[in-house]
Structure formats: structure tokens, C-alpha cells
Design a protein around this ligand. Structure first.
Ligand SMILES: NC(=O)c1ccc[n+]([C@@H]2O[C@H](COP(=O)([O-])OP(=O)(O)OC[C@H]3O[C@@H](n4cnc5c(N)ncnc54)[C@H](OP(=O)(O)O)[C@@H]3O)[C@@H](O)[C@H]2O)c1
Length: 206
């Protein structure tokens, strides 16, 4: 699959490495100039490229890996009809006070979906500390795998992301629809939690 990243920081780099290992290609973009991504591309190898937003948006799957507030700086028409993973987290101290999120009226990903109207959105890869992601991937069959939560309204896209999670060595855990993605946000016990399917289920369902 051709995977595009909006963002070329920690999350994008670690996920890109894991996806490349499974035979996918990646295109990364950033804010302060693609030149900055040169050493990243050298590390990732020939299956990785840098490109502008339009190039990233042409890939089969687009991962949002930017600070939450940056999502709303991106052209809201860019991802129409596209498959998108929201890997962002909202932190009021970093991203500012957002009225619609103050009382948990909305899941943070619902506002992302509202912004990119016409895109298919699944929330995933947000809750695990990125520093642990590569080390915890366990592609060997007999090793007990870590579960990663995902949530979204489109079952086709959820299957696609669940498959990707499985490919890189984790067990997908379906949290529910996009409104349910509240249960895996940065202000929940699921955030930064590392455990198998059963343990994650307990965290999510209380
Ligand atoms: N760190 C974690 O453990 C972790 C785990 C899961 C999810 N997350 C979430 O994932 C997101 C990314 O985290 P990170 O740790 O990868 O952050 P990061 O290392 O600071 O990287 C952020 C990237 O976003 C780019 N960016 C910012 N605004 C942009 C814009 N308008 N258009 C295009 N690119 C833009 C930055 O470009 P420049 O480099 O040019 O500034 C940078 O490459 C955050 O929402 C974070 O909360 C983090």
C-alpha cells in the first residue's frame, strides 16, 4: 500500500519504518521544509520519499501525525474521499482551549472528521508511546502481542487499519465508532497503556 504522512516527526518516522518493513511505501511531509526530512529518508531507505501535501494526499492511506491544532490549518478539501487515520492527541496546554472539547461534547476525532468532511476517518496509533512502538511490535506468532485500539464509523476502513495493525505485530482492538474514540483519548486510562487484548478491554470498559 502507498501510505502518506502529514507530519514527519516522531510518530510518522516510527510508523513509517514499521510499514516499510511490511513492504509498504511512504511519503512524508512536514511544515518547515522537506529538506529537513533528508536524514529521515536516508534512514528509512528507498521505499520512503518526501512530498508536498498534494502528493501525500494521493496515497492510498493518509496518516495525520501532526499536533492536534495543526489539523485545522490543513486545507479541508485535501482529503475528500480519502482513507485517513487520525493519530493525533489533543492537549489543551499545547493545542489551546477548544470549546467543543471542553466538556467532552465531542471526541477529538469527530472534530477532525468534521473538518475533513467527505474523508473516511479512523482513530488509531494515538495511545501508545511512540518510543515503545517499534520495540513492542511482535510479529512472531507465539509471542503475546500488545493490543492497539482503533475506532471509526466506516467498517471497511476499520478492517483495513486492523489489518495494518496486525501486519506490524499488534492485535487490533475495536473500541467502536468515532464518538467512542473518546475512550482512547489522551485523558483516559487507555492513553499510554501497554497490554494485551484482555487487559486493554478492561481499561476501555472499566
Ligand atoms: N509522541 C508520541 O508518543 C505520540 C504517540 C501517538 C500519537 N502522538 C500524537 O501524534 C501527533 C504527532 O506527534 P509527534 O510526536 O510525531 O510530533 P512531532 O515529532 O512534533 O512531529 C510533528 C510533525 O508535524 C509537522 N507539522 C506541524 N504542522 C504541520 C502542518 N500544518 N502541515 C504539515 N506538517 C505539519 C511538523 O513539521 P516540522 O518538523 O516541519 O515542524 C512535524 O514533522 C501529535 O498529535 C501527538 O500528540 C504522539
Amino acid at each position: 500500500m502507498k501510505i502518506g504522512f502529514i507530519g514527519g516527526g516522531h510518530v510518522a518516522q516510527v510508523l513509517a519504518k514499521l510499514f516499510i518493513k511490511e513492504g509498504h511505501t511512504v511519503v512524508l511531509t512536514n511544515k518547515h521544509g522537506l529538506e529537513k526530512l533528508k536524514p529521515v529518508l536516508e534512514r528509512l531507505g528507498p521505499q520512503a520519499q518526501a512530498g508536498n501535501l498534494a502528493e501525500v494526499a494521493r496515497q492510498d492511506l493518509i496518516i495525520l501525525a501532526v499536533p492536534y491544532k495543526a489539523v485545522f490549518e490543513i486545507d479541508n478539501q485535501l482529503l475528500k474521499g480519502k482513507d485517513v487515520v487520525d493519530a493525533t492527541n489533543y492537549f489543551p496546554h499545547r493545542d489551546g482551549d477548544i470549546e467543543k472539547l471542553r466538556e467532552h461534547q465531542n471526541a477529538t476525532s469527530e472534530l477532525v472528521a468534521e473538518h475533513f468532511e467527505g474523508a473516511f476517518i479512523v482513530k488509531a496509533f494515538n495511545s501508545i508511546p511512540v518510543a515503545d512502538l517499534a520495540g513492542l511490535a511482535a510479529p512472531e506468532e507465539n509471542v503475546q502481542k500488545i493490543a492497539l485500539p482503533l475506532a471509526g464509523n466506516d467498517s471497511r476502513l476499520k478492517e483495513k487499519i486492523a489489518d495494518l495493525i496486525d501486519q506490524i505485530g499488534f492485535v487490533p482492538y475495536d473500541v467502536g465508532n468515532l464518538a467512542d474514540s473518546r475512550k482512547m483519548q489522551s485523558d483516559t486510562p487507555v492513553f499510554l497503556f501497554i497490554g494485551n487484548e484482555k487487559a486493554l478491554g478492561k481499561k476501555i470498559n472499566g
